[in-house]
Design a protein around this ligand. Structure first.
Ligand SMILES: [Zn+2]
Length: 640
């Protein structure tokens, strides 16, 4: 039996879980369940990061000792994961005795090997990120001569203390070689470039102990020191499956290396540089893949507790349903980029994708079958060409779905599944079974059977994402989830030959009533007025292409304009001027894809030629919103 080992980052326990931690954890749960459907043995590790200065400070602020303080948050995490049907194998806490013992043994081993030595650290430290700010990060912004943290932008503090160092610098070449040999180590690949350039610019040895705090794993052999929190926390990925735990060597060897490690983009450096170097020093193999996701943004900002714009996952589930929220976060947030979260988008997706596209299809199929006494849906003698097409399309969809899942692009994988949902709807509506139930009973039975077979495959494809709802769907078809075999291999190799016993269960997805005031815009008479129609030939005159903004310059002569360099792939790089300074900072738009009118006659503005026009939409607050493909497509792709 093949194995699959997946991890989430371990979460700081100074607050309840938020939407960002839910998102990381959901991605791991979907990957875990997907691999269960491949009949693999799965280990899914999640947990909490409980040491360090930030936790100690947060505990002190509320007058608790740190252990009491971290203990008080554990139920919130476990309850949230239970509510969201997160089926983890183990919940590790870095205060667990097994973990702390193993970390001590790990440090002793590295001291013996000569990878750890004692010296003195003087420099800046970000308590919020628990990170040493290196020379390279300065000047990232300086207030009163104190550098700001390059990750979170907060003020850092000066630290000067005796410290143990890990010889990170001696792993520089091996790391670079490893990245070169494993170009798919990080998904998405863009993040790999950042990592390589950071390592190439030179690695300094890493301070891995602190003397000015005491909330941490005692440093072996030197009671003045505690272990730096990241040197402690990263090791959870190996101690969680038995590393350094006496008697668990065999278990550890059966799980390590991890197949997939999920993390947010703010902790890439720790996972893509420090972590592989630690593993190299320990003589352990590298994880197979890091999946690095962007941030969830509420409006223009990263969601965070300090901004007060955090969305509570518990409330969200109560209002919209667990599987609906799982669906929205995994399918509609782009893994590779920062993604906005909005309630109106969530509501629309539930109504259109789930209630309309999938729920209605199931409902109508079953209603028709029952109305015409076909509760037992049997296969026809032979399948017509239209049904064979639907079957073949389904196989093609499964192959593409699997490719996206293996690459870690779960949002794209489910976009592919929805292509199929639309195809099945099209088939159903074109065949008009409600019209032929009496006149052509055999054809009617075939359409119902084909639709049931397609829904059956969809239920399995969507089970990793919406386990409860898909088990309900299967039950409505008279089936039960079965992970005793490789489901995808079965779906791809078996012809349609099932009998379904359909029953009317509960409505699969209820529509959300969208309140009038939350709807985008109340249109005025003026706005509703339509433009005159044009022919398809008129439209064909407009050439729309996708391009990536690779450079943004502020045009000093104007208070509105940016000058972009836009890459259109084989169609070249163009200079395009855009008057959007009021709406976007250069960072918000740099390296983004957009849609451009490609054959607009060049225009001169303030002495510069603009060779095209970028498209935007306005939201209800009159803010410009960038229009981009749902996921990255080749530059120069023409819209059709
Ligand atoms: Zn920071």
């Amino acid at each position: 039996m093949q194995k699959f080992y997946v991890t989430t980052p371990i979460y700081y326990v100074n607050a309840r879980p938020h939407l960002g931690s839910l998102y990381s954890t959901l991605l791991a749960d979907v990957a875990s369940r997907y691999n269960k459907l491949h009949n693999k043995k799965v280990f899914f590790l999640t947990g909490t990061d409980e040491h360090g200065q930030k936790i100690a400070q947060s505990a002190a602020a509320v007058g608790k000792n740190p252990q009491e303080f971290v203990d008080s948050f554990i139920p919130a995490f476990k309850d949230a994961w239970k509510l969201y049907h997160i089926d983890y194998t183990k919940f590790i806490r870095t205060t667990d005795p097994d973990h702390t013992q193993a970390v001590k043994a790990w440090i002793k081993h590295l001291i013996q090997k000569g990878d750890i030595y004692k010296s003195h650290y003087a420099g800046y430290y970000c308590v919020s990120c628990e990170t040493f700010v290196t020379d390279k990060d300065m000047p990232h912004g300086i207030t009163e001569n104190i550098p700001l943290c390059p990750t979170c932008g907060r003020t850092t503090e000066y630290v000067s203390e005796e410290s143990y160092f890990f010889k990170l610098s001696s792993y520089q070449d091996r790391l670079l070689q490893f990245y070169k040999d494993n170009p798919d180590f990080i998904t998405p690949r863009e993040r790999m470039a950042e990592v390589i350039s950071f390592v190439q610019s030179g690695l300094k040895d890493l301070s891995i102990s602190r003397t000015t705090i005491d909330w941490g794993i005692p440093f072996p052999g030197d009671s003045k020191h505690v272990t730096y929190v990241w040197a402690d926390a990263l090791n959870n990925y190996i101690t969680g499956v038995g590393y350094g735990v006496p008697g668990k060597e065999k278990e550890f060897n059966s799980w390590w290396p991890a197949d997939l490690q999920i993390l947010g983009k703010d902790i890439v450096r720790f996972h893509a540089i420090f972590w592989p170097a630690f593993l190299m020093a320990s003589g352990l193999s590298m994880p197979k893949k890091l999946l690095v996701h962007g941030w969830i943004k509420i409006g223009e900002h990263k969601m965070s507790k300090s901004r007060g714009n955090a969305v509570d996952p518990i409330e969200l589930a109560a209002t919209y349903g667990v599987d609906q929220v799982r669906y929205y976060l995994v399918r509609h947030l782009a893994i590779t980029q920062d993604s906005p979260f909005t309630y109106s988008d969530l509501e629309q997706r539930i109504n259109s994708d789930l209630a309309h596209d999938l729920g209605n299809l199931l409902n109508r199929t079953i209603a028709l079958a029952l109305k015409y006494d076909r509760a037992t849906v049997e296969c026809p003698q032979t399948w017509s060409a239209k049904s064979v097409d639907l079957y073949e399309t389904g196989k093609n969809i499964i192959v593409r779905f699997m490719q996206e899942m293996e690459a870690g692009y779960m949002n794209r994988a489910y976009a592919v599944v929805w292509e199929y949902v639309h195809e099945v709807n099209k088939y159903f509506h074109n065949q008009q079974p409600w019209k032929i139930a009496k006149s052509e009973p055999e054809k009617f039975a075939e359409v119902i059977s084909a639709t049931c077979h397609a829904l059956y495959a969809i239920a399995y494809l969507c089970w990793p994402l919406m386990p409860q709802k898909m088990e309900q769907l299967l039950s409505d078809l008279g089936k039960k989830i079965n992970t005793e075999q490789d489901v995808f291999a079965q779906l791809l190799s078996k012809p349609w030959a099932d009998t379904f016993r359909v029953t009317h269960g509960e409505i699969l997805f209820n529509k959300i009533e969208i309140k009038q005031e939350t709807q985008e815009t109340v249109m005025t008479q003026e706005e509703v007025k339509q433009s005159p129609t044009i022919t398809i030939d008129d439209f064909a005159k407009i050439e729309l292409r996708v391009g990536t903004i690779e450079d943004v310059q502020v045009l000093e002569k104007s208070d509105k304009l940016y000058v972009f360099k836009v890459n259109f792939g084989a169609h070249g790089v163009r200079q395009i001027l855009s008057g959007i300074r009021k709406y976007f900072t250069p960072e918000q738009i740099l390296n983004r894809q957009g849609i451009f009118v490609f054959n607009l006659a060049p225009r001169k503005m303030v002495g510069l030629e603009s060779q095209g026009m970028m498209l935007f939409a306005k939201d209800a607050q009159e803010q410009l919103v960038l229009i981009a493909p749902e996921h990255v497509v080749p530059n120069g792709t023409q819209l059709s």
